[in-house]
Design a protein. Structure first.
Length: 290
């Protein structure tokens, strides 16, 4: 990281409304009015916000397709003493959007970075989910393909922590089926169109939400909060146990490597697999090395 320049401008990371345009801070509006340019994930959406609040600042597109080229342009402006505001389509930049790339480059260049906090779909969803969330896991959008999606859910199945994820309406049913099957039909809070006119907040078992969707499905922006179970150390699948025994006894693979390899293959928690390795060694005297 370069020493911070006293002559450079400031990159302001500005949270904007996730739906209701009234959910913006006075400071955010003043910052957006005062900077030299706004780096926006979606130009049209940001221009609509600017028009609503009488913000005349120039808006430039900054997304995953042009982030490398545009980052250099914004860094040049910042180094020349200009101020830049970074916004996303909705909520707080840097969460499931390309904002972190520009922030990282600015920090590496010694440029001042300042946060203007505000709305976030993640914390908004948790606040009305009715699920204890002293700690939680944010997964963003799950993989679109079934296999990777199910592996990701399996990885977090027994962590005992709420899982927060975004989902598109056309994939919601498939995701709920996977959640129901892999996570033993847990409680799920479905938050749709948060802060908007047709806001919906409900919490039911995954199977109950799935049954209520019917043939028409659902529309709008969706956040799911899923209550995963605490690890109860249920017996592992017989094939997994055979794989553990084979790796430890036939190949002499170290215990930690066995647990790591099988965790990557199956999505099961490393800790659970490592405990199984220890148990196999205790019962059968396998030659695994810790």
């Amino acid at each position: 990281m370069e020493p911070r320049s006293q002559l450079s401008g400031t990159l302001f990371v500005v949270a904007t409304p996730i739906g209701n345009l009234g959910d913006i801070t006075f400071r955010a509006v003043e910052i957006l009015k005062g900077v030299d340019v706004i780096a926006a994930e979606g130009v049209n959406r940001t221009r609509g916000l600017c028009q609503y609040y009488g913000i005349k600042t120039k808006v430039r597109r900054f997304n995953q397709h042009n982030q490398r080229r545009r980052a250099q342009e914004f860094l040049s402006l910042l180094k020349a003493g200009r101020d830049v505001a970074l916004v996303t389509n909705a909520g707080t930049p840097g969460i499931s959007d390309p904002g972190a790339f520009l922030v990282s480059k600015a920090l590496e260049a010694g440029i001042s970075v300042s946060v203007v906090p505000g709305p976030s779909a993640v914390t908004a969803a948790l606040s009305v989910a009715g699920i204890p969330s002293e700690r939680f896991v944010f997964l963003g959008f799950l993989p679109a393909r079934e296999g990777p999606r199910r592996r990701e859910l399996s990885r977090w199945r027994t962590q005992g922590l709420p899982l927060v994820l975004f989902e598109a309406p056309h994939r919601l049913k498939d995701t709920l089926v996977d959640i129901m099957e892999i996570m033993n039909d847990p409680q799920v809070a479905l938050l749709r169109e948060l802060t908007k006119a047709y806001e919906e907040v409900r919490r039911q078992k995954a199977s109950e939400i799935l049954a209520s969707l019917g043939l028409k499905g659902i529309k709008g922006e969706i956040v799911l909060v899923v209550q995963s179970e605490a690890d109860k150390d249920d017996p592992l699948d017989s094939k997994v146990m055979e794989d553990i025994k084979h790796l430890m006894k036939k190949e002499g693979t170290p215990l930690r490597e066995v647990a790591t390899r099988l965790s990557e293959q199956t999505g099961l928690p490393y800790r659970r697999l490592y405990k199984a390795c220890l148990e196999v060694r205790r019962l059968e005297g396998a030659e695994g090395i810790e």
